[in-house]
Design a protein around this ligand. Structure first.
Ligand SMILES: Nc1nc2c(ncn2[C@@H]2O[C@H](COP(=O)(O)OP(=O)(O)OP(=O)(O)O)[C@@H](O)[C@H]2O)c(=O)[nH]1
Ligand SMILES: [Mg+2]
Length: 307
């Protein structure tokens, strides 16, 4: 996705507004896709698999006087006992009370029980909330939205209810307008050319994790973490060494693939995205290591950046 593809209109005149806006919802509703498409660039990783996002990730959009600081959050789910899952849900829930506005995402296909949990937490946070009905491109009959909108109206006093398609860029301009109107007046929190608060190593590690998740789908367990061990810009090419950590030898075999073929494909997919990210050539070398039960060990979580 190119920066030029941004659906955001020019807001070069008017009152200066700035604030934090959380994207919240159950796993897989399209929070990260929506943030990327509102920003007009790929920042947060996405996949068909629920629980893709693990860290609260900031994406900054500056348009004239307005600066929106999006906070993409992990999907709120009933966490199993593992430390990683508890960390993810905590990330999402603490964000709700720290922002100026919440975008509550639901799927156009209808209300689900998982939505209820998120809604209750938003209500508790008392943060103003806009409800975004996503994936309307999947409805052949838009009339089917009406009962859902009716139901949503009764659930909470939303600032607005906006049906969109994040993936197909439908109604994103309208949504941006609604968000800007909901922001407090004030100067910008980030430099106008800022994109995120995370270092390049983080974005690269996440890109590798996305490619592994997409290539391996159901075969790859959630217990995969990626660490960039070396990042050196040399002779017009950025050299990257990264390690994928899994929890068992059998998982290692799956990620490496026959004769290393799977790992090679993941590296190739990642290289293309990384080159777009850094705007130059990259060389990506990947390794796979086993770190037993890392997703349930506090020391390992810290080492992998889950703080
Ligand atoms: N058809 C359609 N698919 C979408 C739309 N938005 C997102 N998706 C797809 O839904 C899947 C999940 O998207 P994500 O953006 O990763 O969802 P998420 O809410 O961030 O998920 P977690 O990080 O796991 O909580 C991906 O396969 C997206 O391509 C949309 O507007 N229309
Ligand atoms: Mg996500």
């Amino acid at each position: 996705m190119d920066r030029e593809a941004s659906p955001v209109p020019d807001r070069s005149s008017g009152v200066a507004r700035c604030g934090h806006v959380a994207l919240a919802g159950r796993p897989n509703v399209g929070k990260s896709t929506l943030m990327n498409h509102l920003l007009g660039r790929k920042l947060s990783i996405t996949s068909r698999k629920p629980q893709t996002t693990r860290h609260a990730l900031i994406g900054v959009l500056t348009e004239g006087c307005a600066q929106i600081v999006f906070v993409d959050t992990p999907g709120v789910h009933v966490a199993d006992g593992r430390a990683l899952n508890r960390y993810m849900v905590r990330q999402a829930l603490t964000t709700l009370s720290e922002v100026d506005l919440v975008l509550f995402l639901v799927d156009a296909q209808g209300w689900r029980r998982g939505d209820e949990t998120v809604l209750r937490r938003i209500e508790e946070s008392r943060t103003p909330c806009v409800c975004v009905i996503n994936k309307i491109d999947r409805l052949d009959d838009k009339q089917r939205l009406l009962p859902l909108i009716d139901r949503l109206r009764k659930l909470l006093d939303f600032e607005a209810i906006v049906p969109v398609s994040a993936l197909r860029n439908i109604a994103l301009e309208e949504l941006t307008g609604v968000i800007v109107d909901g922001l407090p007046e004030g100067g910008h929190l980030f430099p106008d050319d800022a994109v995120t608060d995370r270092p390049l190593e983080f974005l690269i590690a996440e890109t590798v994790r996305e490619k592994a998740t997409r290539r391996l789908g159901a075969e790859l367990p959630h217990q995969t973490a990626v660490v960039v061990e070396r990042l050196v810009a040399a002779d017009g090419c950025t050299e990257i060494d990264a390690v994928l950590y899994v929890e068992r030898e059998t998982q290692k075999g799956i990620v490496v693939g026959k004769g290393g073929s799977m790992l090679k494909s993941i590296g190739e997919d990642a290289r293309k995205d990384i080159e777009r990210l850094i705007g130059g050539k990259a060389m990506v070398r990947l390794w796979v290591k086993v770190d037993r039960r890392w997703s349930d060990r506090a020391d390992a979580l810290r080492r992998f950046g889950y703080r």
